[in-house]
Design a protein around this ligand. Structure first.
Ligand code: FES
Length: 118
């Protein structure tokens, strides 16, 4: 049986600073889609538009490191394309293995600009 006890650490997780980073315009990410956000220091986040609400989480599946921005979005759930682990994009909670959550980041929309609080 496969063990899920190990954790892969995310080398591209942004350092928490409380800073708002402008990452794009709302019209650039249609509802039901996800995108990889590369930050100025080469860190990454996954950004999703769920029915006009934007959510950001780590772009790193803790199972084996797949980019979660490239997973399959269904409602508020992103399913990792590699082995099917599922995460709630609002909280980062792992629905497949609750001991392996990813970090979620606040998203602020102002005048059509998407800002992520890292
Ligand atoms: S890398 Fe295996 S489920 Fe994401």
């Amino acid at each position: 049986m496969q063990s899920f006890d190990h954790k892969f650490s995310n080398p591209k997780r942004p350092h928490r600073t409380g800073q708002q980073i402008i990452v794009g315009r709302v019209e650039e990410l249609p509802p039901g889609r996800g995108a990889t956000i590369t930050l100025p220091d080469n860190k990454e986040l996954a950004l999703y538009n769920v029915g006009g609400q934007f959510h950001a989480i780590e772009n790193f599946c803790p199972h084996r490191g797949a980019p979660l921005a490239e997973g399959t979005l269904c409602g508020h759930t992103i399913e990792c394309d590699w082995h099917g682990w599922r995460f709630d994009v609002r909280t980062g909670a792992c629905l497949t293995n609750p001991t392996h959550a990813v970090e979620a980041y606040e998203v602020v929309i102002e005048d059509g600009w998407i800002k992520i609080v890292i």
